[in-house]
Design a binder for this molecule. Structure first.
Ligand SMILES: *Cc1c(COP(=O)(O)O)cnc(C)c1O
Length: 466
C-alpha cells in the first residue's frame, strides 16, 4: 500500500494551516476522530468553530462579566489547575477565599457582636441553594421545638414573582412550595402590602431581591424587615429574610452606600451575590454569607481536614478551579473601594445616558431607567399604526452585532413584552454613543420596512434572561 499526501492526517510544520490536509477535511462531530490532530490545527479548528458566535462584549443580555484586566487573566490562567476544594494542598488559596469572605462581610456591615460565616460558590445559583437549605433546616429545627406537625403541610418559601429561576430549582429540588407574591403594574418589585399574607408557620423564609433580574428594580428590603419585625412580635414561629443580591450585592455598597438592605437589618440572616456579575470576575464565582453561625445549621457543614486542623466547608459542588476566586481577590486588591466605586459610577452614568437617549425617541415607555442597577428596560408605547415589534428591533440590532433580548415580564404582567439592556463595566460611553446611533438606524429601517416577519403577539426566545 502506498501512502501519498492525500492519506495524511497530520500536516507538515511548514504547511500553511488553511492549505493543510486536515483543515480540508470534515472531522466527525459526534464521535471521536480516530486519529490525533496537530495542536495548531486543533486550535484553529475549534477557534473557527466559535467564530460566528455572539461577541460577548456586545451581549447586552447578560449580567456576567465580559472583561478582566490582562494581569487578572494571567493570574487566573496560571492558577487554573488549582482545585479550590483542596484546602490542605493550597492553604494560601483557602486563605484568599477567607479574605474575600471577610471583605464582603465588611461591605455588608456584618455585626461585630455576631460571628458571620460564608463561602465561595460557583455562582448565585449554588449560593441561593445553600442559603435556601440553611433556611429550611433552621426552620425545621425551630418548628420541631415548637411542636409543629412537620408533615401536615409542605414548607414554603415566599418570594416575589420576579424571582430568578434558581429559586424555582431550589423549591423543586427540596420539595418546597414556592409562594409567589405577584407583581403588578404598580408593584414591579415585592408588594409590601401583600407579602405577609403569604407567610405562615410553614414558611422557611422570605427572599428579598436586590436587583430583580427582569427589570433591575430593588425589593424594599428595609420595609420588608419592618414587616417581619412586627410579624415576629406576634408569633413564636419566627420568619427571616434571605437577600438575593446576585447583582446588587457588589454594586449597591459602592453606588448607594446609604441604602440600608444588608446585615444592618436584624432580620436579614443571609445574603448571596455573584462575583461574576458586578464583582467583575469572569464566570463562575459567587458568595453566600450568614450574619451569624447560629443561622447555619451544623448538619450542613462538613469538616475537611486542613493542615492538621479541620476546616468546615459548605458547598454542593466539590472540585472546581480556584482561578475564579483568585480573580475575585485580584479585583479586590487591585480596585479597592474607590476603584469599584469609580467603575460602577461610570457604568451607572452610561445606563442613565442610554435611558435618556432611548426615551427621547418617544417610542418607548421606560420601565427601568438605570436609576439603581444599571439596567435599562422599556416597552413599546401603544401605536396601532406601527407594524414592527421589539422582536424585530432585536433582530435589527443583531445585524450590527448587538444582542439585546426582548421577552415578556413574569406572571401577571406577561402580556407585556420588554427589551432590556444590562450595562456592564466594559460598556463605555463611546460604545453607548455607537449603540444609540445603531439603534436609531434600526428604528428608521423598521419604520421604512415593507416586510415585517414577527406577529405582534409572538414570543421569541433570544436566550436566557440571566
Ligand atoms: C443572576 C441571578 C441569579 C443566578 O446567579 P448565577 O450567578 O448566574 O448562578 C440568581 N438571582 C438573581 C436575582 C440573579 O440576577
Amino acid at each position: 500500500m502506498l501512502y501519498g499526501k492525500e492519506n495524511r492526517e497530520e500536516a507538515d510544520y511548514l504547511e500553511p494551516i488553511f492549505g493543510a490536509v486536515c483543515e480540508g477535511e470534515d472531522l466527525p462531530k459526534y464521535k471521536l476522530n480516530p486519529q490525533s490532530v496537530e495542536p495548531r490545527m486543533a486550535y484553529q479548528l475549534v477557534q473557527d468553530q466559535l467564530l460566528d458566535e455572539g461577541n460577548a462584549r456586545l451581549n447586552l443580555a447578560t449580567f456576567c462579566q465580559t472583561y478582566m484586566e490582562p494581569e487578572a487573566v494571567k493570574l487566573m490562567t496560571q492558577t487554573l489547575e488549582k482545585n479550590a476544594i483542596d484546602k490542605s494542598e493550597y492553604p494560601r488559596t483557602a486563605e484568599i477565599e477567607n479574605r474575600c469572605v471577610n471583605i464582603i462581610a465588611d461591605l455588608w456591615h456584618a455585626s461585630k457582636e455576631e460571628k458571620f460565616m460564608g463561602t465561595s460558590t460557583i455562582g448565585s445559583s449554588e449560593a441561593c441553594m445553600l442559603g435556601g437549605m440553611a433556611m429550611k433546616f433552621a426552620w425545621r429545627n425551630r418548628a420541631e421545638k415548637l411542636g409543629l406537625d412537620l408533615n401536615a403541610h409542605k414548607p414554603n418559601l415566599v418570594i416575589s414573582s420576579g424571582y430568578q429561576v434558581c429559586w424555582e430549582k431550589f423549591c423543586v429540588y427540596w420539595d418546597i412550595e414556592m409562594r409567589e407574591v405577584p407583581m403588578d403594574e404598580n408593584h414591579l418589585s415585592i408588594n409590601l402590602d401583600k407579602v405577609m399574607d403569604y407567610v405562615d408557620e410553614y414558611t422557611i423564609g422570605i427572599v428579598g431581591i436586590l436587583g430583580i433580574t427582569y427589570t433591575g428594580r430593588y425589593d424594599d428590603i428595609k420595609g420588608l424587615n419592618e414587616l417581619v419585625e412586627q410579624y415576629n412580635q406576634t408569633t413564636d414561629y419566627k420568619v427571616y429574610i434571605h437577600v438575593d443580591a446576585a447583582s446588587g450585592g457588589l454594586y449597591t455598597p459602592f453606588t448607594e452606600p446609604d441604602l440600608v438592605w444588608d446585615f444592618q437589618l436584624p432580620n436579614v440572616i443571609s445574603i448571596n451575590t455573584s462575583g461574576h456579575k458586578y464583582g467583575l470576575v469572569y464566570p463562575g464565582v459567587g458568595w453566600v454569607l450568614w450574619r451569624d453561625q447560629s443561622y447555619l445549621p451544623q448538619e450542613l457543614v462538613f469538616k475537611v481536614s486542613y493542615l492538621g486542623g479541620e476546616l468546615p466547608t459548605m458547598a454542593i459542588n466539590f472540585s472546581h478551579s480556584a482561578a475564579q476566586l483568585i480573580g475575585q481577590y485580584y479585583n479586590f486588591v487591585r480596585y479597592g473601594f474607590d476603584g469599584y466605586k469609580a467603575i460602577h459610577d461610570k457604568t451607572h452614568k452610561v445606563a442613565l445616558y442610554l435611558a435618556k437617549e432611548i426615551e427621547k425617541t418617544d417610542l418607548f415607555e421606560m420601565i427601568n431607567d438605570g436609576a439603581q442597577l444599571p439596567i435599562v428596560c422599556y416597552k413599546l408605547k401603544d401605536d396601532p399604526k406601527r407594524e414592527w415589534t421589539l422582536y424585530d428591533l432585536a433582530d435589527r440590532l443583531l445585524m450590527k452585532g448587538w444582542q439585546v433580548p426582548a421577552y415578556p415580564l413574569p406572571a401577571n404582567l406577561d402580556d407585556q413584552i420588554i427589551q432590556r439592556l444590562v450595562i456592564r463595566a466594559d460598556f463605555g460611553m463611546n460604545m453607548a454613543h455607537d449603540y444609540i446611533q445603531d439603534m436609531k438606524e434600526a428604528l428608521l429601517a423598521l419604520d421604512q420596512a415593507h416586510l415585517v416577519y414577527h406577529k405582534k403577539q409572538e414570543i421569541k426566545t433570544y436566550g436566557f434572561t440571566h
